[in-house]
Design a protein around this ligand. Structure first.
Ligand code: NAG
Length: 399
């Protein structure tokens, strides 16, 4: 009986895969991957030039070539660099500064220079200043779970140019000020590098620098965010790994935590915690046991982009899917749970449907934070309906 069902399962997997490879989704998935890779490569080249130019003019910023473990702030820690290199060995991966959110939108962290020796200390409670430095009668809103203040005092030796009213108010390094400084430098750099015909700064609300870049494969948008990379430091807010968790291994988790986290200047007063190095480290080694997690992730991403929520500003991004994949990996830690692509795609789709319908998706490292908290509920419901249709009849889509 068992043997028979295993056989049927095996047969259905083989059929699906053969079918898929003949005419459908997997080939499209690979094609999408190649097109996006080419676009991202081109965007990277342009942004490398621009940020190098910015860095020449204002030493507080570094080129994106120095993102992650190449950060100039950790030049003196070769062990960290070789640990990272060992993890990525033989695996193609993008510059750590780039996160591909959709096929036409990337998030780019621009590393800052000169903030060294971070330690978390008890932040003072209330702030009564505005962005221009004037005194407010009521305190500024406290940061939410995925955000924090950043005080100069948190660094043992902040470089002189960070102790400057251009970026600081009352001892806080203020993200909106850092962003506006960066925007000014970027505008100049676009002219200096003669990129005026290729790169344009888009209108944006709040403290986000959004640019459009013409590539051979079409226009790509990039959000550029000044980022403080805190390597070798893990924040208390991220209680991870959870107790008794079987994925990833204890040793791998320890290694991942040593790569630290980032603080990104995405809002006016508060810095956003980001774990892109940890996520990348998880993702590159996700199929070490021979599973099909990565392929499954790609198929789901393609379904999302083509069918569930297409468009340039989708309510569900690749980041959500990646988070979901990590949760599924925890729930199904064994390689044998990840043999059949079709089964696994359905499993992830069901899990996504549950999250989208309940409007609740936990951040992978800061569990108490709901990534769908501010998402448009109409769009979430619409997406849930599409996923539901898919689950009811997957063969209509995966063919
Ligand atoms: C949510 O999305 C719908 C459909 O795209 C749109 O009509 C509506 O204005 C959005 N609501 C909010 C609050 O942004």
């Amino acid at each position: 009986m068992l043997l028979r069902s295993v056989w049927v399962l095996w047969l259905s997997c083989v059929l699906i895969i053969v079918y898929v490879c003949n005419c459908g989704s997997v080939c499209e998935v690979d094609l999408r991957h190649r097109t996006v890779s080419r676009r991202v490569e081109e965007v990277l080249t342009v942004l490398r030039d621009l940020t190098t130019e910015v860095s020449k003019k204002d030493g507080r910023f570094q080129s994106i070539a120095h993102a992650g473990v190449n950060n100039e702030n950790i030049k003196d820690q070769p062990a960290m660099v070789s640990k990272w290199a060992a993890l990525l060995r033989g695996r193609c991966s993008f510059n750590p500064a780039i996160q591909v959110l959709t096929s036409s939108l990337v998030l780019v962290s621009v590393p800052v220079r000169g903030l060294i020796g971070y330690h978390q200390h008890v932040a003072r409670q209330w702030r009564y200043y505005s962005l221009t430095g004037s005194i407010l009668p009521t305190p500024v809103r406290e940061p939410e779970k995925l955000h924090q203040w950043l005080e100069l005092e948190s660094f043992t030796s902040p470089a002189q140019d960070w102790q400057d009213a251009k970026v600081c108010v009352e001892g806080d390094i203020v993200p909106a000020k850092v962003v506006s400084l960066f925007r000014e430098q970027l505008e100049t750099a676009i002219l200096t590098c003669s990129f005026s015909g290729k790169v344009s700064i888009l209108e944006s609300v709040g403290s986000v620098v959004r640019v459009a870049i013409e590539t051979v494969e079409g226009v790509m948008e990039a959000e550029l965010v000044p980022t403080v990379e805190l390597i070798n430091y893990w924040p208390k807010k991220a209680r991870w790994p959870r107790l008794l968790q079987r994925w990833p291994t204890t040793e791998r988790a320890r290694c991942i935590k040593s790569f630290g986290f980032n603080l990104m200047a995405t809002s006016n007063y508060h810095w956003l915690l980001s774990f892109s190095r940890a996520e990348q480290a998880l993702l590159v080694a996700v199929d070490e046991d021979g599973g099909c997690r990565r392929k499954c992730y790609r198929v789901v991403r393609q379904l999302k982009e083509d069918t569930w929520c297409p468009g340039t500003k989708p309510v569900i991004t690749a980041f959500h899917l990646q988070t979901l994949l990590f949760w599924c990996c925890e729930k199904f830690p064994c390689g044998r749970d990840w043999r059949c692509v079709k089964e696994c795609v359905l499993r992830v789709a069901r899990k996504l449907l549950k999250c989208v319908s309940q409007r609740y998706l936990r951040h992978y490292f800061v569990r108490s934070y709901n990534l769908l908290k501010y998402s448009n509920t109409t769009e979430l419901d619409h997406t849930a309906q599409k996923i539901n249709d898919f689950i009811a009849n997957p063969s209509l889509y995966v063919h």
